[in-house]
Design a protein around this ligand. Sequence first.
Ligand code: NDP
Ligand code: GDR
Length: 354
Amino acid sequence: MKTALVTGATGQDGFYLTEFLLAKGYAVHGVKRRSSSFNTSRVDRFLHDAVENGTPYYLHYGDLTDSTNLIRLIQSIQPDEIYNLAAQSHVAVSFETPEYTANADATGTLRILEALRILGLTEKTRFYQASTSELYGKVVEIPQSEKSPFYPRSPYGVAKLYGYWITVNYREAYGIHGSNGILFNHESPHRGETFVTRKITRAVSSIHHGLQDKLLLGNLNAMRDWGHARDYVEGMWLILQQEQGDDYVLATGEMHSVREFVELSFRHIGREIVWRGKDLEEQGVDAKTGDVLVAVDPRYFRPTEVEQLVGDPTKARTKLGWTHSTPFPELVREMVESDLVEVLEEHKRLFRDV
Ligand code: NDP
Ligand code: GDR
């Protein structure tokens, strides 16, 4: 049985990757950080299965900012594969907490790689780094491939740039089987609620149930290459199954705007959006009733924005045999349908005890 260590186990990708690796017969050790309230809702089902059915799933306290903890964990687990998914992953928040973001996302990556060196695991353990399309930032070529130049536009992007290069450096300097997955945006019903896609699908669902009037957003014109997280975790695993460590773009090759995501989400609840006004005054209005359903709020603008990203996944397709399998409209539909149920359940839970 192979053993995998997954940092960021409680996040969106941590959930899908754990599900995938358990199905492949791995023993999975997740790392969760300490939090004052519960942060394991995505992985509770694995914990339950571990107790009830003996599923080889283990959750450990840990933090990417604590090297002693990482060394101890890696020493006791002796993993065959490490997937470093942990990060302060919110681009807008990284402008507010730049030093912490660098500590977790940049130095955190170094801490794991150093742990492998200190523990003499450079030959045994394969390492996956969660790199990102945010590395391209201010885009100079479209679509972006493994060969496109990087120009990060946020403290998050800059921290991840370090994570990318330190992984390449440890591969070249110490022969570690280290790889970067340069993943373009991937979403799902398990996406964090403050990323734009989930914020939209939750708001659309709340509006449908009469629990919210309108949705406030920042840059409606930003364009992203959005895929489904379930497809992308398979790519992560394939990357670590290759003979040599290497760097791969995982993307759909299609680009859509935030505006399109909004329109499509509202269409699922039978409401057609028309756009009125310009810039800060812009509003999305219900075509039939004239109700304002979307408004622009400058609080959600970023000091420096990444306007458009679209990836070229040719290398992943030809070398890994990887492709995404969820078309954009299907992704939006799945997220809206899931939130239509979840938002209502949350609301009922909230008012049940009052
Ligand atoms: P999430 O934000 O959903 O998950 C991040 C995880 O990291 C959470 O489990 C979080 O814990 C944990 N974490 C945060 N800080 C620390 C820390 N200091 N020590 C230990 N754990 C920490 O992100 P995703 O699942 O969406 O993304 C996974 C990785 O992939 C991230 O590194 C992200 O930057 C990167 N990425 C994501 C893309 C995407 O579109 N989703 C695209 C490209 C890259 P907690 O649950 O307590 O918050
Ligand atoms: P991103 O994702 O920054 O691409 O990073 P996010 O969903 O936060 O933003 C996408 C685009 O939408 C615009 N936007 C808004 N974004 C948010 N969060 N909230 C809003 O109200 C809003 N209005 C417009 C943003 O300006 C942006 O252009 C994600 C994260 O998962 C990273 O960790 C990962 O590395 C990249 O994707 C690839």
